[in-house]
Design a protein around this ligand. Structure first.
Ligand code: PMP
Length: 300
């Protein structure tokens, strides 16, 4: 992690060497836990309440008792953002089942752990951000919604990691995961949008898409800009023949796609992407204005 990275565990800001959790934590043993990725700009987290609500919903869905209220988590976020030496950054907020005896039953895990990491994050090189990235369709599928609901942002990303490795192996930057019916679900860590004949479309959560916060912002902005939009089942064919395609995510922000499975798209970046990307930047600038607040002393 970059030197500027800050750590907060169960109520305390800690230097990296002390930022440790027990190896008996079921988050490590079984991937038993949930998380959020949150960006902050000018020391203001973007769409924090939506992220905290999704975290609370993920916890509820897996019967994990959050040891803090959302107001307390907001204070923790403020604390680590103030401690971070830069104005803009990325937060990883994790809730793990906590330490317990070996075995899947979490009944012996008495106290969930809450971990916050503030760091720098550049998902793609700025050049690729303007040129557009290449996608492959991964052979690894998204877990079916009746196995694990895609709205649960769980700590286990193994099939997404396998898909991303397929992309790297193929010389592409990102992979699209299909669901077990062959419908498009999402990227390994982003939602996906296409534009066809001026109409914007994105897969539904029921088809395997995370209910992305950035995806939600794009849907709002499209409505404001009068861009027709639908949440609909999509197939690889829809991606290959799209006029435009782009990815959305907290880490990714908006990334245009120039090629899917070796098929170049008509426009990259296309006019709909460009309109939405500017509106997104305006939205961020509006919501996260400079506060002129001084960073607290960094821990050494
Ligand atoms: N899908 C997956 C699997 C993700 O990990 C992410 C990143 N959190 C997204 C979509 C995008 O969601 P958001 O806009 O909330 O970051």
């Amino acid at each position: 992690m970059p030197e500027s990275t800050c750590f907060w565990i169960n109520g305390r800001l800690l230097p990296e060497r002390e930022a440790v959790i027990p190896v008996s934590d079921h988050g490590l043993l079984y991937g038993d836990g949930v998380f959020e990725g949150i960006r902050f700009y000018h020391r203001t987290p973007f769409r924090l309440s939506a992220h905290l609500q999704r975290l609370a919903d993920s916890c509820k869905a897996i019967r994990l008792a959050l040891p803090y209220t959302l107001a307390q988590l907001t204070d923790a976020v403020d604390e680590i953002v103030a401690a971070f030496p830069e104005e803009n950054g990325y937060l990883r907020l994790m809730v793990t089942r906590g330490s317990g005896p070996m075995g899947l039953d979490p009944a012996g895990c008495k106290q969930a752990s809450v971990i916050l990491i503030a760091t720098r994050l550049e998902m793609v090189h700025p050049e690729l951000r303007s040129e557009g990235i290449r996608l492959i369709i991964a052979s690894t599928r998204r877990l079916p919604a009746d196995g694990l609901d895609p709205r649960i942002k769980s700590l286990n990303y193994l099939n997404h990691i396998l898909a991303r490795m397929e992309a790297t192996q193929a010389g592409a930057q990102e992979a699209v995961l299909l669901n077990t019916q062959g419908r498009v679900a999402e990227g390994s860590a982003e939602n996906i949008f296409i534009v066809h004949n001026g109409q914007l479309a994105t897969p539904r959560p029921v088809d395997g898409a995370l209910a992305g916060i950035t995806r939600g912002v794009i849907l709002e902005l499209a409505a404001e800009l009068g861009i027709p939009v639908r949440e609909a089942p999509l197939t690889p064919y829809d991606l290959y023949t799209a006029d435009e395609c782009f990815l959305s995510g907290t880490g990714a922000e908006l990334i245009p796609v120039r090629e899917v499975g070796g098929r170049p798209l008509h426009h990259c970046p296309g006019p709909v992407f460009s309109a939405l990307a500017s509106a997104f930047q305006e939205q961020v600038a509006d919501a996260c204005q400079p506060l002129h607040c001084k960073p607290k002393e960094t821990l050494s």
